[in-house]
Design a protein around this ligand. Structure first.
Ligand code: AMP
Length: 283
């Protein structure tokens, strides 16, 4: 695997490959890689000639400085993981490389998708996320971008940007990879205290259970019931919403909606976890 640090070098490398007619798949990450990330890269390898993974802890998407500081960085072990999967290129630029002094920032109206759920509690998060994804796409210019369903609102917003800006890159969404007990894999999981970690699968269990509840009770009661079920000692649910998968707005009637997703954020001690489950997707 090639490790590339500068825009000039990665563009030179990728231009050579494009001349040979090779397709490029791209998986942006913030490092601290686990099997969830690996699944994106594995999918990219399957679909493309060249797979690029970026590791960049983007300062502009952290609204809490302490959250940015706690973000675990371990490039050595990340490189080993990427090498083993068969990733072709790791792009690991510095913040100065990504945002040079003459950088013209990118922003766009996200049609309210950024005000809901995660956007309510993390102001500026999606503006920062969209800016960095746009920037990385400008640099890598891939045929496909690979993102996880784990961050439902994130991929929905990226898809909105790709379509609205008529960008050539196509989004491929990969399923959530979970631990054996159902907890969604996340780099934050290593920060969970053991007695909290043991009970963190309650989030997954609640997501599953609420789908069943919807057979018998209206959406708003299922939401209340889920909030109660998530509210166990040491845990504090921030939101549990049952939304339309396209608009991300809360739904009222389960049967009348074609695409339904439950999304939640829960504080597990001092670690904020997010998860979701697609309940229905009629295509
Ligand atoms: P991050 O490094 O946390 O920003 O995540 C980089 C990409 O990996 C995002 O597209 C995430 O949605 C995806 N991802 C993170 N955790 C998982 C998981 N458990 N399953 C699938 N994809 C994931």
């Amino acid at each position: 695997m090639k490790v590339i640090r500068t825009i000039k070098d990665i563009q030179r490398e990728l231009n050579e490959m494009r001349k040979e007619g090779k397709t490029i798949g791209f998986s942006p990450t913030m490092g601290a890689l686990h099997n969830g990330h690996s699944s994106l890269i594995a999918q990219s390898i399957e679909n493309n000639d060249i797979s690029v993974c970026s590791i960049f802890v983007n300062p502009t998407q952290f609204n809490e400085k302490s959250d940015l500081e706690k973000y675990r960085r371990n490039l050595e072990s990340d490189m080993k993981i990427l090498d083993e999967i068969g990733c072709d290129i790791l792009f690991a630029p510095t913040a100065e490389e990504v945002y040079p002094p003459d950088f013209v920032s990118f922003s766009m109206d996200l049609s309210g998708l950024d005000d809901l759920m995660e956007g309510k509690k993390r102001p500026g998060h999606f503006a920062g996320m969209i800016e960095v994804v746009h920037r990385l796409l400008e640099i890598v210019d891939p045929e496909h971008i690979y993102m996880g369903q784990k961050d439902f609102q994130q991929f929905s917003i990226v898809n909105y940007m790709l379509k609205t800006e008529r960008m050539k890159t196509e989004l491929v969404v990969c399923p959530i990879v979970r631990e054996e007990d159902g907890l969604a894999m996340s780099s934050r999981n290593t920060r969970l205290e053991p007695n909290i970690r043991k009970r963190a699968s309650n989030i997954y269990k609640t997501l599953k259970a609420s789908k069943d509840w919807l057979k018998y009770i209206p959406v708003k009661y299922a939401v209340d019931k889920a909030m109660n079920a998530l509210d166990i000692s040491d845990f504090e649910p921030e939101y549990f919403e049952i939304v339309d998968g396209f608009t991300l707005k809360g739904i009222e009637n389960y049967r009348k909606s074609d695409y339904v997703v439950a999304c939640t954020a829960v504080w597990a001690g001092d670690v904020r976890l997010i998860d979701n489950m697609i309940y229905k997707k009629d295509s």
